[in-house]
Design a binder for this molecule. Structure first.
Ligand SMILES: C[S@@+](CC[C@H](N)C(=O)[O-])C[C@H]1O[C@@H](n2cnc3c(N)ncnc32)[C@H](O)[C@@H]1O
Length: 311
């Protein structure tokens, strides 16, 4: 797919209905030969809309007006190029805990959580957030994570987490203002509620920082898993990570995680981690599949905004 096509598709399939500003901007970039040519000087893995838009926001550039955006990108390309080469899309969305909670709460307690692709580790605190599934609430915030749940009896209580650890190629530090500013820049412009959620979740994590290890989810997982305490159920999980991992390494990861004791929760797109049979998704927007130990359980939306349990 060409760069122009990638931006046009992002506008329609990912931004439409979610971020009018990014839909507009992405369509404009798809028709902007000058910006497309600049993007073409970056390595293929550094050209995607979310990275470009995040870097421009991080540098204080405009993302609400395509003409001003074009001007900013052309004038500030050296800075944009440098940030794009060193930074990665590491959106850390605490809202995804609302998807994990029903599974975590049903496992034998207490839990030892190990998240691969943890970013800043905000999904390692499912026991410290509050949740609202329609009329049903559990836990006490902030943040309060809202999730539209269908076909599911929401959990009555929070899991008992006795150990939490994360593995990431580039762990971010919630106590470092520059890292939090980067996480903020990755949140889409209109999503003020997600920005507030980031701040609240970062405060929870900063008060009791998790063990975050720099490493690869294949090579370094067994050693970190060995550090989990005996007497707790080890749960290895990941949300929106494997799309960043090349297919042969995904397979290697599946081999490694299946060889570990405990349980494995995956929340990934179905074209990234496939299953033999899946029901129809609830609508045409992009959905992930929540699975426990390779058994698919539910369709989920990317930022944790809804979960549709399979019948
Ligand atoms: C899109 S972020 C998702 C973060 C978090 N799981 C969440 O849902 O909020 C993907 C994360 O996976 C990490 N990652 C990508 N490839 C990895 C690998 N091979 N090993 C470890 N972490 C990896 C990235 O650095 C990034 O922080």
């Amino acid at each position: 797919m060409t760069i122009a096509m990638t931006y046009a598709e992002f506008a329609v399939r990912e931004a439409r209905g979610v971020s009018p500003a990014y839909e507009r901007l992405s369509l404009a970039v798809s028709r902007d030969d000058e910006v497309v040519a600049l993007l073409g000087t970056l390595p293929p893995g550094k050209r995607q809309p979310t990275l470009l838009f995040g870097v421009v926001r991080f540098l204080g550039g405009p993302v609400d007006d395509p003409a001003a955006f074009h001007e900013f990108v052309v004038e500030n390309w050296p800075a944009i190029e440098a940030e794009s080469r060193t930074r990665a899309t590491q959106t850390n969305e605490a809202g995804r805990c609302a998807l994990l909670l029903p599974v975590l709460a049903a496992l034998p307690q207490p839990l030892a959580l190990l998240e691969v692709g943890a970013s800043a580790g905000l999904c390692l605190y499912p026991d410290r957030y509050a949740y609202r599934y329609g009329d049903h609430t559990v836990g006490s915030g902030p943040p309060i994570l809202d999730c539209v749940a269908t076909g599911l009896t929401p959990p009555a209580c929070l899991p008992d987490v006795v150990w939490r650890a994360g593995l990431d190629l580039n762990p971010l530090d919630v106590t470092d203002p520059a890292d939090v500013a980067w996480l903020d820049a990755l949140i889409w412009p209109e999503h003020a509620h997600r920005r507030a959620r980031l701040r609240a979740a970062a405060a929870v994590a900063a008060a009791d920082p998790p063990l975050l290890v720099r490493g690869d989810l294949v090579d370094d997982l067994p050693a970190l898993a060995e550090r989990a305490p005996a007497g707790a159920t080890l749960v290895v999980f990941h949300t929106s990570v494997l799309y960043q991992v090349p297919p042969p390494r995904r397979e290697a990861f599946v081999e490694v995680v299946r060889g570990l004791p405990g349980h494995w929760i995956a929340n990934e797109a179905p074209d990234v981690l496939s299953y033999d049979a899946l029901p129809q998704p609830p609508d045409e927007s992009l959905h992930n599949v929540l699975a426990l130990d390779r058994t698919p359980l539910a369709w989920t939306r990317g930022h944790g905004q809804s979960i549709a349990w399979f019948a």
